[in-house]
Design a protein around this ligand. Structure first.
Ligand code: 5AD
Ligand code: SF4
Length: 480
């Protein structure tokens, strides 16, 4: 996507911290100009994002600041400034970052002016920082998830020092609004509605690296969405680790539940589709189901992580629901929103998990008929309660994972074709990667559709007849 939108005006609501950061942006702009003179061209910056939608949104904020201070954005790591926005939810995410750092050190040797920064979830772990200090001395700047708003200030410090700058906060209750953002897509956008997580599922590192749950004020959220709508955004995704617990801790006069917020968001003129991610089954309320059912603007898609179908494992995971209550919730959702698509996350190989526990999970997959399930092998995260439980050997977890995956794929395939022949509203997102005579769009339930049309329709909603189902996507024809 070539079109970029920079949201960088200080509004009258901007707080002291925002104003302070804008003055650092001015200062950083001076440093980037100096570098431009030295290089004889505009310096380039590359942000590499690992992990979830939250990180993708954070990267848009990083790019917003980089653009504001004069960097040209590039996808190539052969840039003048490379920023890795890391994830640490599973060990393979960590390993990928170390792999990139090894690669980029080779580039930096040939470009001594090059700067390298690391941020995001992995940086909130002491072990990772120590390893970088010891083995990756070419890194210039490290910051974490809580002080990302200080990026401009940290860039100034980085330009003023030859040492590795490390600034990690343990937690924060601060939410800094109104900093610049460059959206990846002009017509759709993610929006943080809350930060952090208080659930402490025993396998999960997120509560330790993203801190305690904090909800943004509904007025700030609606103001941002109105701004985005005026700027051409038609589809938004409300983001939080557990959106169903939105609103806890808000001051009395602003108190609002997630169901109420969703309803308010749908009222914003110009916004035609609203998604949200992620829901915790223990907190998904009847009110929320009602708002979705009654409101055509809310996407027909709920991502409802199951994690396991065994009561014993769910208990050890501290998920606070049972197989029975999960299935009852699924039945309730499907009864009230018949055209909904359900997707889920499942972990195999949690400490103590046996073959019969996995049988229970497979039973839920069959009964819930998920449209898709993201399956993961349990990854031990230092500092979480599950790390000190007795681990399952790969000789047990791997065959169970394969068994589960087979059922997930069979179920998804059966489900996928159920819309064949129907006409659905599709948001056109891009030119098809393989065939430029086609465009690719998404249905309300998040399914991809490819169909012949002109690229001028990118960013528009059109009606498309779903001719043929090919597993996870449809081929269609646009209805004029
Ligand atoms: N090991 C494997 N998968 C995990 N997830 C979270 N923590 C772990 C872990 N330690 C999965 C969960 C979650 C998804 C985002 O990542 O399924 O829903
Ligand atoms: Fe992790 Fe559980 Fe919070 Fe999700 S709800 S981020 S799995 S602790």
């Amino acid at each position: 996507m070539s079109e970029k939108v920079l949201h960088s005006v200080i509004t009258e609501n901007a707080g002291e911290e925002t104003k302070k950061q804008f003055s650092y942006m001015e200062k950083a702009e001076g440093y980037v100009k100096d570098l431009e003179k030295e290089l004889g061209r505009k310096p380039t910056a590359c942000v590499v994002t690992f992990g979830c939608q939250m990180n993708a949104r954070d990267s848009e904020k990083l790019i917003g600041i980089l653009t504001k201070i004069g960097y040209e954005q590039t996808e190539s790591e052969d840039a003048d400034f490379v920023i890795y926005n890391t994830c640490t939810v599973r060990d393979n995410a960590d390993q990928r970052v170390f792999g990139r750092l090894g690669y980029v050190s080779g580039i930096k040797k040939k470009k001594p002016w090059m700067k390298i920064a690391l941020c995001g979830c992995m940086m909130q772990e002491q072990g990772a920082i120590e390893k970088i200090q010891k083995s990756y001395r070419h890194v210039d700047l490290i910051f974490g998830t809580h002080n990302i708003f200080k990026f401009a200030e940290l860039i100034c410090t980085m330009f003023e020092s030859d040492r590795m700058i490390i600034d990690i906060w343990k937690d924060t209750d601060q939410i800094v609004e109104d900093l610049p953002i460059v959206r990846k897509y002009p017509f759709k956008s993610g929006i943080n509605i809350m930060f952090g997580c208080n659930n402490f599922c025993t396998y999960c590192i997120v509560p330790y690296v993203r801190g305690r749950e904090r909800s943004r004020n509904p007025k700030d959220i609606i103001r941002e969405i109105e701004y985005l709508a005026a700027d051409g955004v038609k589809e938004i995704m409300l983001l939080g680790q557990n959106v169903n617990s939105y609103g806890r801790g808000l001051p009395k006069e602003d108190k609002m539940s997630f169901a109420e917020l969703l309803n308010e968001v749908c009222k914003v003129d110009g916004i035609e589709r609203v998604r949200f991610m992620t829901s915790h089954p223990k907190d998904l309320s009847d009110d929320l189901i009602k708002v979705i059912a009654e409101n055509e603007k809310v996407a027909r898609h709920i991502h409802l992580p199951l994690q396991s179908g065994s009561d014993e494992i769910l208990n050890k995971m501290n998920r606070r629901y049972t197989k029975e209550s999960y299935l009852a919730l699924v039945d309730k959702i499907k009864a009230q929103i018949p055209d909904v698509s359900l997707t889920t996350d499942i972990i195999v190989g949690f400490p103590g998990e046996t073959d019969s526990d996995v049988d229970e999970t497979i039973d839920v997959v069959r009964k819930a008929e998920f449209d898709n399930a993201f399956t993961f092998i349990y990854s031990k995260r230092t500092g979480t309660p599950a790390a000190s439980m007795e681990q399952v050997p790969e000789s047990v977890s791997k065959p169970n994972f394969d068994r589960l995956l087979k059922v997930v794929q069979e179920t998804a395939k059966k489900r996928a074709s159920r819309f064949t022949g129907q006409t659905h509203r599709v948001l056109v997102e891009e030119v098809n990667e393989q065939d430029p005579s086609l465009v690719t769009g998404r249905m309300s339930n998040n399914t991809l559709v490819h169909f012949p049309a002109d690229k001028s329709l990118i960013g528009e909603f059109v009606d498309v007849k779903l001719d043929e189902c090919h597993g996870f996507y449809y081929m269609g024809t646009m209805i004029k």
